[in-house]
Design a binder for this molecule. Structure first.
Ligand code: HEM
Length: 192
């Protein structure tokens, strides 16, 4: 059962990239709206945060169903969330800032919502690196501590998202409520 579920997760997380590639390959300049670079950036960031949220939601569902042997499926979701966040950050760096590294750093330092995103991305990167079997083995029990940082990371990513959106829209509010529920569940589990 684990193998088919793993395949579904990989296909589901890869599918948005196929969609984006198809749209870009179609050459239809209107398909991505009036500002295609921003649209690409947003699409990549949005997919990253959705997959990241789903990683926690799956963990909670499996806990409720007492199917904890499937918790291992959260690993590919975490790695996909990192991959999409990497694409999101890279699209900003390459398409919007023209690969200007000093501008990239000064933008992050000067825009508080980017500091939040930057820290979240740093944590996702750390989690991805420590997921490598050799690194996981080498750091032993510290692995658990590192992966607990996923909670601050999802909160920081949600704040980054909410802050980046101009005006009040439904999607960041829904993500915010979902993240609050994820954190509340974690606190409840720790107490109980
Ligand atoms: C160094 C790290 C990061 C940088 C530089 C960055 C940069 C940006 C920028 C420039 C925007 C668009 C703001 C605008 O429209 O003017 C944005 C939006 C967004 N970012 Fe990030 N980001 C980072 C990390 C992350 C991470 C780790 C996530 C999620 C896991 C994320 C998710 C999002 C989302 C969901 C949006 C809004 C997309 C939408 O409007 O639909 N970002 N980010």
């Amino acid at each position: 059962m684990l193998v088919p579920l793993r395949i579904i997760i990989h296909l589901g997380c890869f599918a948005p990239l196929i969609w984006l590639a198809t749209v870009l390959a179609s050459g239809d300049e209107t398909a991505l709206g009036s500002d295609p670079i921003k649209e690409i950036e947003h699409f990549l960031g949005y997919t990253a945060i959705l997959i990241f949220c789903f990683m926690f939601v799956l963990g909670i569902i499996l806990q409720l169903l007492k199917k904890n042997q499937y918790q291992i499926l959260r690993r590919p979701l975490g790695l996909w969330a990192f991959a999409w966040a990497l694409l999101h950050v890279s699209s900003y760096f390459a398409l919007e800032l023209g690969l200007d590294f000093s501008l990239f750093i000064s933008e992050i330092v000067n825009r508080p919502y980017l500091i939040f995103g930057g820290i979240a991305f740093g944590i996702l990167t750390l989690m991805a690196i420590t997921s490598l079997p050799q690194v996981k083995q080498a750091i032993g029990k510290k692995w658990f501590t590192v992966h607990q940082l996923a909670y601050p990371a999802i909160v920081l990513a949600a704040v980054h998202y909410y802050w980046s959106v101009k005006g009040i829209t439904l999607a960041p509010i829904v993500v915010g409520v979902l993240v609050a529920a994820i954190v509340a569940w974690r606190i409840k589990m720790r107490k109980g």
